[in-house]
Design a protein around this ligand. Structure first.
Ligand SMILES: Nc1ncnc2c1ncn2[C@@H]1O[C@H](COP(=O)(O)OP(=O)(O)OP(=O)(O)O)[C@@H](O)[C@H]1O
Ligand code: NI
Length: 303
C-alpha cells in the first residue's frame, strides 16, 4: 500500500494539556495535530519533559485531576477528549488502544506465570481467545507462558507485555519508551516486534528519545519541543535532513552523527517565552521568531 494511503485510525486535532498548580500553569502539550493510519508507525521524539508521555496519557484518559485537556482526538467516531471515563475504561483502554508500558518486567506480577496474567486480562476483556493464541500473535512460544516473570529474559518479558497489550486486539498501540534501559540488541528486537504489529495492520505510536530506534521502525517522525510538535515528516525525509533547527540539533547530538549537544536548556513549561520556544537556543533566531510560527510540516520561520 502506498505510504499514507490506509484509513486514518487516530486523528489528533488541536490537542492541548494544561496542569494547574498553585500559582502556575504547566503548558505540557500545545495544539498538537497529527494523523495515524492503519499499518503505520509514528514516532514521537523529543527531549525529556517535552510532553510526550502527557500526550499519550491524554489519549488514554489517564491524566490526574489537575489537568485540563482541550482539542480533539478521534479514534473512529469517538472523541477521546470528550469521552467520559466510563467509556474510556470499558471500551477504549485495552480494547481499542493497547498500551505497552516502559520496563515491561516491572508491570508483571512476580508470583504469577505469564499465562495466568494473560488469562486474567483476556477474562477481564471478555475475549474468547486462549492465552496461547494471543501469545502466538506476540511472537511467544506456548512454553514461554508457563514461566514466572523472573524466568523471562528481557526480550520475552517485552513480548509478554506486548501480548497483554494485544489481548483485546486493539487497532491502536501506544508504546511509551518501550526500550528504556534495554541494551542495543534488545532495542532492535523490540523495534522489530513493534514493526511487525504495524505490518499486521495496526497503527502504532511510539514515544521515545532514542532516534536510532525511531529510525528503525517509524514511517513518520514527529518532533516535540516544549509541548509543541515542531516538525512532522516521513522518516526517510527527516533522517536525510530535518528542517527545524531543533530537530537538526537533536540529530547532531547523536554519537553516530556529530555528537554535539544542543547548547542551553529547554524552557520551563510554566514560563514559556513568547513566539518560538526554541528561540533562546536557536542559532538562526531573528526578530521574526518573536511570533509563534505555525506548523506546516515544520514550525519555523526559517525552515
Ligand atoms: N501531574 C502533573 N502536574 C504538573 N506537571 C506535570 C504533571 N505531569 C507531568 N507534568 C509536566 O509536564 C511536562 C511533560 O512531561 P512528560 O512526562 O510528558 O515528558 P516526556 O516528554 O514524556 O519526558 P520523558 O522523556 O522524560 O518521559 C513536564 O514538564 C512535567 O513536569
Ligand atoms: Ni515520558
Amino acid at each position: 500500500m502506498e505510504i499514507g494511503a490506509g484509513p486514518v485510525t487516530l486523528r489528533v486535532d488541536g490537542l492541548s494539556v494544561r496542569f494547574h498548580l498553585p500559582g502556575a500553569t504547566v503548558h505540557a502539550v500545545t495544539d498538537a495535530r497529527f494523523e495515524l493510519r492503519e499499518g503505520h508507525c509514528l514516532a514521537l521524539v523529543g527531549e525529556s519533559g517535552c510532553g510526550k508521555s502527557v500526550m499519550a496519557h491524554a489519549l488514554l484518559g489517564l491524566l490526574p485531576g489537575n489537568a485540563t485537556v482541550t482539542g480533539c482526538a478521534r479514534l473512529g467516531s469517538l472523541d477521546l477528549v470528550a469521552a467520559p471515563e466510563k467509556v474510556l475504561a470499558r471500551q477504549v483502554r485495552g480494547r481499542r488502544i493497547g498500551l505497552i508500558p516502559q520496563s515491561p518486567a516491572a508491570h508483571l506480577t512476580p508470583v504469577r506465570t505469564a499465562r495466568a496474567q494473560l488469562a486474567e486480562t483476556l477474562r477481564e476483556l471478555g475475549r474468547a481467545e486462549t492465552p496461547d493464541q494471543v501469545a502466538a500473535r506476540a511472537g511467544l512460544r506456548p512454553g514461554d507462558l508457563d514461566r514466572y516473570p523472573h524466568q523471562l529474559s528481557g526480550g520475552m518479558a517485552q513480548r509478554v507485555a506486548n501480548a497483554l497489550a494485544l489481548a483485546g486486539d486493539p487497532p491502536l498501540i501506544i508504546a511509551d519508551e518501550p526500550t528504556t534501559g534495554l541494551d542495543r540488541p534488545l532495542v532492535e528486537a523490540t523495534m522489530a516486534e513493534l514493526r511487525r504489529l504495524c505490518d499486521d495492520g495496526r497503527a502504532v505510536l511510539i514515544i521515545t528519545h532514542d532516534l536510532r530506534a525511531a529510525e528503525q521502525v517509524a514511517d513518520d517522525i514527529a518532533v516535540m519541543y516544549a509541548g509543541r510538535i515542531v516538525e512532522l515528516a516521513p522518516a526517510p525525509t527527516f533522517f536525510a535532513g530535518p528542517r527545524h533547527p531543533y530537530a537538526a540539533g537533536l540529530l547532531d547530538s547523536l554519537p553516530s552523527r556529530a555528537f554535539v549537544p544542543i547548547p542551553g536548556e529547554p524552557p520551563e513549561l510554566t514560563r514559556l517565552p513568547s513566539g518560538c520556544a526554541f528561540r533562546p537556543r536557536c542559532p538562526r533566531a531573528t526578530a521574526l521568531c518573536e511570533e509563534q510560527p505555525v506548523l506546516n510540516k515544520v514550525a519555523c520561520h526559517h525552515a
